[in-house]
Design a binder for this molecule. Structure first.
Ligand SMILES: Cc1cc2nc3c(=O)[nH]c(=O)nc-3n(C[C@H](O)[C@H](O)[C@H](O)COP(=O)(O)OP(=O)(O)OC[C@H]3O[C@@H](n4cnc5c(N)ncnc54)[C@H](O)[C@@H]3O)c2cc1C
Length: 442
């Protein structure tokens, strides 16, 4: 056990925690009982307070990071909770298997991906991470061990996938990987100039492409220009990575933001220029190309610790999904409020989410349009803006993503996640985080 300062990806706080390593699955019941209350941590790639427990225990199972078994006929992989998605992709893509669903960073643990039931650029066709989990093993603070999956203790499975680490410590996960021809994608970038154009391009793309995502320039008031990227796996004549590609999307050895600047590098002065520059850069790569999965799935992994660029006060991410029927108007309203405020960043993401109902009681995706924007933390003015954005989300019948949240009001949580009361029956009373105390009362 050691005391350490811990920040999540948004770097909004930096408090001491008691770090308790979990050294083996068999030792977990005893360690949990002796050190509860607490919550597990993964790679702290969640932006807000879901994996924080100020002054209290953080169980660290990242050392449990071994593959336990793989069936090369079926693609069924069993692994420990601290295995990184990066290692699954690198190991198995060479053998023709990859994760069916992956978020926009590969520096995420398997348990973290389950606990937030993460989604990728292919939600319409593949659903969420939990849709590909065959079973998992949980250890509770009273020593109970529960094995659950889609057809075994299904209620525990629905509570644990997207369950914010609050139903028990995950000590193993069995996943179904997806057959792929190799690590390559045939990708296409297309510019759009308005929101209606985005929607029709997105619908047309989803009929033919598995992965669809777009970058949106949040500073152009009327135009709403952006770049839509779409891709399918493809066999490729390349036998090895093209020159320079090995480092792209790599998380070791790439460029790093070396220190925390005294103020955010993204601010009112730099914001329009950063968006213009990003648009021009993307514009140069319009058209089709065969690309490695790393730059397509994980473009931000190419710059280590890019979150430091927002300066000493950190940043918020506002990620919401809005029902499709009101999506165009609600996205317009949010973008109007953001443009008028002069806040935001050059990392705006717009994508649609499909109709599949997620397994988890607290899973985020719902059918509609997803908008993600980062905001350097300027204090009261940022909080006031975020609160106005929340009002648009509430009015539209949407919800915010818990993996990115550090401050949503309880009313918005309860309206967006109506299964929260059912979830409480499965919450381990010995598990507690900043987020659970804020939104679930304990
Ligand atoms: C650049 C970037 C891009 C991203 N893109 C996406 C995206 O496209 N889609 C998406 O859905 N998300 C995305 N995310 C969010 C990220 O995928 C999730 O926050 C993910 O859950 C982080 O995993 P982690 O290992 O860092 O876990 P942490 O953030 O440390 O913890 C997340 C949750 O997992 C729980 N947990 C960790 N280990 C265990 C365990 N052993 N047992 C039980 N619970 C455990 C924690 O208690 C916590 O509730 C992105 C994040 C970044 C930084």
């Amino acid at each position: 056990m050691s005391r350490q300062r811990v920040s999540s990806w948004g770097r909004l706080s930096d408090d001491e925690h008691e770090i308790v390593p979990i050294t083996s699955a068999s030792a977990a019941p005893e360690i949990l009982a002796a050190t509860a209350p607490g919550v597990a941590r993964g790679m702290e790639r969640s932006y807000g307070d879901v994996a924080l427990n100020r002054g209290g225990t953080l169980w660290d199972a990242r050392g449990l990071n071994r593959f336990l078994g793989f069936d090369a006929e079926t693609g069924i992989l069993t692994c420990e909770p601290g295995v990184l998605l990066r290692d699954i992709q690198a190991t198995f893509s060479r053998q023709g298997w990859m994760l069916a669903v992956t978020p926009g960073t590969s520096v995420v643990t398997v348990a973290g991906a389950v606990a937030n039931d993460v989604h990728g650029k292919n939600h319409s066709t593949r659903g969420t991470f939990a849709d590909h989990v065959v079973s998992l093993t949980l250890v509770r603070t009273d020593g109970t061990v529960i094995v659950c999956g889609p057809s075994e203790n299904r209620d525990w499975f629905e509570a644990t996938c997207g369950g914010l680490g609050l139903t028990g410590l995950i000590v193993s996960v069995t996943l179904r990987l997806k057959r792929v021809p190799g690590p390559w994608l045939l990708a296409e970038n297309i510019a759009y100039q308005s929101l209606p154009e985005f929607f029709s391009l997105s619908d047309e793309s989803e009929a033919e492409f598995e992965h669809v995502v777009s970058w949106i320039d949040i500073t152009t008031d009327g135009g709403r220009r952006g770049i839509l990227s779409r891709a399918n796996s493809t066999p490729s004549p390349h036998r090895s990575l093209p020159r320079g590609a090995a480092g792209v999307g790599a998380t070791r050895g790439g460029p790093t933001v070396p220190f925390v600047p005294p103020f955010s590098l993204v601010n009112k002065v730099t914001l329009p220029a950063l968006n213009r520059a990003y648009y021009r850069l993307q514009h140069r790569s319009l058209g089709s190309a065969v690309v490695h999965y790393k730059p397509f799935f994980y473009p931000l992994d190419a710059i280590q610790e890019w979150n430091r660029a927002y300066g000493p006060n950190g940043f918020f991410q506002h990620q919401c999904v809005l029902p499709r029927s009101v999506g165009l108007e609600a996205v317009s309203e949010i973008l109007g409020l953001v443009a008028a405020s002069g806040q935001g960043s050059f990392l705006g993401v717009l994508k649609t989410l499909g109709s599949r109902t997620p397994i988890g009681m607290l899973s985020y995706p719902q059918e509609g349009v997803n908008l993600t924007i980062d905001f350097p933390n300027l204090g009261a003015s940022t909080l006031a803006l975020l609160s106005r954005l929340d009002d648009v989300v509430a009015q539209a019948g949407g919800r915010l993503y818990l993996a990115k949240d550090a401050r949503m009001p309880v009313s918005l949580f309860q309206a967006g996640y109506p299964r929260y009361a059912e979830f409480l029956k499965y919450k381990d009373p010995g598990m507690s985080s900043e987020m659970s105390r804020r939104l679930l009362g304990s």
